[in-house]
Design a protein around this ligand. Structure first.
Ligand code: FES
Length: 291
């Protein structure tokens, strides 16, 4: 794993995209490697979820979603950031999506899916005055992916338009603070390591995996074992871990190991033997070892 450097090297790349309406988008690109996008998105989704909205904007269609509670899950699994709320979830490919134990993602597809450009933007009116602030991502085919809408000084609590001469200037704080760190590189990234790269154990909670079984006792056993072993590993759940049979399925992110047929006893062994001593459990490994 490469060393985490808590400073962004500025790209100094500003572009303007003009629209037929006379409005335009001013983009300031920033590096889109995982040690930059990871801390930025973690900060937004975990610490500033009340202030942001997520969406997708193309000509003829706009989608805007907001958080009413903190996300239930914010995790990086196989290159995809997954953020789950009570009502909706999102995926964004921040690192190469390698694929599950059966099917490796073709190289070409990995490149297309990956965030390949990222920029802070200002939405400018025909007079060149900023009327919107946010962050835009593009994939490897230069298609617009998710947009992140930052607080707007011209919108009130109910998304009502404020009088032109009464903007809430304090709302620009988040944009300005993040721009200093991630676009201009004037302030350090406020983490000592990438918060999305913390090692984790995940249990598949989908009923597709093995309907009669229950993932909760496995989750509880992993959580207790990790606490007792006093190791820095997060325990979470996932919608699917790309095995889809022989559940309960558990995945360990550090060395991309899948375990199947996991019982609470096996869960404890995974922590005690694999995570603490570095010995994998051959009897539950997936795919099984060749004899
Ligand atoms: S549904 Fe459990 S691994 Fe896919």
């Amino acid at each position: 794993m490469s060393e985490f450097i808590p400073w962004v090297k500025p790209l100094n790349r500003k572009t303007i995209e003009t629209r037929a309406t006379g409005w335009s988008l001013e983009y300031e690109d920033f590096p889109c490697d995982i040690d930059v996008t990871g801390p930025l998105l973690y900060t937004l989704f975990q610490e500033n979820w009340q202030e942001i909205q997520i969406g997708h904007v193309v000509e003829g269609s706009v989608l805007e979603l907001e958080f009413t509670q903190p996300p239930k899950i914010c995790i990086l699994y196989d290159g995809y950031l997954t953020v789950v709320t009570e009502a909706w979830h999102l995926h964004l490919c921040l690192e190469s999506h390698l694929g599950g134990p059966h099917s490796k993602t073709p190289l070409e597809l990995r490149k297309r899916r990956l965030v390949s450009r990222a920029a802070f933007y200002r939405h400018l009116n025909p007079a060149g005055k900023a009327r919107g602030w946010g962050i835009q991502f593009w994939n490897g085919d230069s298609e617009k992916m998710m947009s992140l809408f930052l607080p707007n000084i011209f919108l009130g609590e109910e998304e009502d338009l404020l009088a032109e001469n009464k903007p809430q200037l304090e709302k620009l704080g988040l944009y300005q603070e993040l721009r200093e760190i991630y676009v201009l590189g004037n302030s350090p990234i406020p983490f000592h390591k990438n918060p999305l790269k913390r090692p984790y154990l995940s249990v598949c909670r989908s009923s597709r995996c093995n309907p009669p079984r229950n993932w909760q006792p496995i989750f509880n056993a992993l959580e207790t074992a990790v606490k007792e072993a006093e190791i820095d590993v997060e325990v979470g759940t996932a919608g699917c871990l790309e095995v889809c049979k022989k559940g309960p399925v558990v995945f360990y992110s550090e060395d991309r190991t899948w375990y199947t047929n996991v019982t609470p006893e096996v869960a404890k062994e995974i922590v005690a033997r694999h995570l603490v001593k570095g010995e994998k459990l051959p009897e539950n490994l997936y795919p099984p070892l060749k004899k």
